[in-house]
Design a protein. Structure first.
Length: 82
């Protein structure tokens, strides 16, 4: 099984959210339908970056690193790795 680490963007609130999941399509739908408390106020969300990792542990490590990035560093990261 592979795991996804992703960054989504909400133009409505000009905000980024970083997460990890085993099913990216389902997770994005949950964000956009308001099922996730942390992102329900920003729908619709757009997927702006994602990658896969072979284990959940690796996905969690990368998610933690991404969540520690400032907004400016997040934008730089997306531009560099897209």
């Amino acid at each position: 099984m592979k795991y996804y680490v992703y960054i989504i963007y909400s133009p409505g609130i000009d905000s980024y959210y970083k997460g990890q999941t085993s099913c990216l399509e389902d997770r994005l739908n949950r964000h956009n339908r308001g099922y996730e408390k942390a992102t329900q106020h920003g729908a619709p969300w757009e997927l702006v970056w994602s990658t896969t990792k072979p284990t959940r542990g690796e996905a969690l490590q990368l998610e933690k690193k991404l969540k520690n990035l400032s907004r400016e560093k997040t934008i730089e990261f997306i531009k560099k790795y897209s």
